[in-house]
Design a binder for this molecule. Structure first.
Ligand code: ADP
Length: 241
């Protein structure tokens, strides 16, 4: 659960990246954060994961008060969320399995439980057979799926995907979005940050438009994709509506 009340972020050079943002995201929501470059999207994400601290206001994430959180508690906050970074942030000297297992080893999970869970998330993202590959041996879309599997492995309450369509081709972006929708259907809150309005129109959900550090719009739009799933024969046909 995410609560922001009158949140402002002013960087040390005086840039006011977020201006008086008030916003709640409830468990199980699927939310797009949309806005042009420089709008404040990354700053918003950085506040959620406590990479940056808000200048004013109140912010609570998954039970943690981020205006008061102690440094030693930040890793616990971060364990409640899985993040799919735009640049994937995979460790090149580790294979796929170890990249994903890393987050579980870091919290001392027994090796047997790791093997079981990592195999499960690898199959969930469609990467079975690639366990021993290094990141550089994978396509961009596959690397992103490793990044998604790593985000999922500790069963987080929230998945945050930063521009999931930025570094891969349109077909793969569609793939990854479908996976995020499936994850959301199982109850995980999903937050997708993007500058692509097209993606939002396709998938629907709650759309929060940020511009100049302010919320310009916050609305829910229906998903086109679900209609398409039920009408397979229409797949690929033009939408003249
Ligand atoms: P977006 O992710 O939507 O492109 P950002 O949150 O990165 O937007 O940036 C919002 C504003 O804050 C921009 O004007 C940007 O230049 C500024 N900004 C971002 N990070 C910093 C920083 N570390 N120091 C100073 N200004 C920053």
């Amino acid at each position: 659960m995410i609560h922001l009340k009158n949140i402002s972020k002013i960087y040390s050079n005086g840039t006011e990246a977020l201006k008086n943002i008030t916003l709640d995201i409830e468990p199980g929501e699927f939310v797009f954060i949309v806005g042009p470059s420089g709008a404040g999207k990354s700053t918003f994400l950085k506040l959620l994961i406590h990479e940056e601290k808000a200048t004013f206001g109140r912010i609570r994430v998954n039970g943690y008060d981020l205006m008061k959180i102690k440094n030693r508690k930040v890793p616990y906050l971060r364990r409640t969320m899985g993040i799919v970074f735009q640049d994937f942030r995979l460790i090149e000297k580790m294979n796929v399995f170890d990249n994903i297992a890393f987050a579980m080893r870091a919290i001392g999970t027994p090796e047997r439980a790791i093997r079981k869970r990592v195999s499960f998330v690898i199959s969930a993202v469609g990467l079975t057979g690639k366990e021993k590959s290094r990141p550089s041996e994978l396509s961009g879309g596959e690397q992103q799926r490793v990044s998604l599997a790593r985000a999922l492995v500790n069963n987080p309450e929230i998945i945050i995907a930063d521009e999931p369509t930025g570094n891969i081709d349109p077909k793969m972006s569609f793939e990854i979005m479908k996976r995020l929708v499936d994850i959301n259907k199982k109850g995980t809150t999903v937050i997708v940050v993007t500058h692509e309005h097209e993606l939002v129109k396709e998938f629907g959900g709650r759309i929060i438009i940020i511009n100049g550090g302010e919320i310009q719009r916050d609305e829910r739009i229906p998903a086109k994709i679900h209609e398409q799933e039920n009408e397979d024969e229409n797949e690929g046909s033009g939408d003249n509506s």
